[in-house]
Design a protein around this ligand. Sequence first.
Ligand code: PLP
Length: 400
Amino acid sequence: MTDMIYLDNNATTPVHPAVLEAMLPLWRAGGHGNPSSAHGVGRAARKALAEARETAARALGARPDEIAFAPNGTCADNVALLGTFALRGWRGHLVTAAIEHPAVLRVAEELERRGVAVTRVGVDASGVVDVAAVRAALRPDTALVSLMLANNEVGTLQPVRAVVELARARGVLVHSDVVQAFGKVRVDAEDLGVDILALSAHKFHGPKGVGLLYARSGRKLGPQAWGAGQEHGLFPGTENVAYAVGMAEAMRRASAEVAAYGVHTRALRDRLWDGLAARVSGIHRNGDPARMLPNTLNFSCDGVEGDQLMMNLDLEGVAVSTGSACHSGAIEPSHVLTAMGCSPERGRGALRVSLAGETRPEEIERVLALLPAVVERLRALGGGGAGGQADLLREVHQKR
Ligand code: PLP
């Protein structure tokens, strides 16, 4: 499917050839060692893992001993929250936001079941958390604020730095899910000031199934799995050296290229929005254009279901997403758009287009040529409904 126009880069990205190149020796005989083995093959693996940790730390503005490689971004988020409250005997209070990824929201629910109090701060109509609302939510027993840096669905950037300022003054720790932000905007752990953050390699041309948990020096987390103590005891089990090396190389590349990425994707994303706004009536942008990832565009078209639009674009060879990939299949409006106060119709109509550094201008022009006609066609059909969608899905499967 190489001729596909892939505009779903917030869901995942392809592995960069240089990342794959860096990983391959770690699977081959001699490079394949267990970092815990005392012999030469083990020592080589240990060295490769240590170098990956150094590279990752440098790309993140952290120290190597502040980095633990994790099985994915979800596990890193889970351990950040569970590990904080495990050390507090499942007591205290968590402040988080209604627009977080399920990797945080579902853990907050689990924390409630274990006895932790949770406050979920809302967002304004543009999808941004109000710092004053976070301040108002803090209590004497608040132990942690968890606020994502960039939202995966609408792309809004959250005021994490400002939240750190006020949390620090109250002795409250801050965790940030920076899974969608890293590689799209500059992320430096020291500058951001958070105590804990979570990353995932597959969002910036690294492999799926590897993430990272940063915990500032001195910040302890209680283990959530037990074994031979690898990765500071937080993610025990034989280290996936090849994936750690791939993640580190992807981080190195992404952090080095982040400025160029921003210029490139913003120009194309804005060209796409300006073109659509000029050609499609009843189109509404979701999110705050002034506080937004450069690569993300989320919009709804009156009278058109996002699922139908997505499937019709798929038939034309364009991959986009409705809401977040993690929720696809569900026809309910996303929790993010609901939290922003969107009507159910506008929520169900939302389409997410997410660009990458390799997105080409001609791909954007192709979408601009296609999308207005698809919207017109769907409006003329008057919504379609579930039967229409099933037909479309069948067609998609027959064609590909
Ligand atoms: N957090 C955010 C904001 C995400 O967008 C995602 C993935 O979609 C995750 C966490 C989970 O990361 P992973 O897929 O590595 O588990």
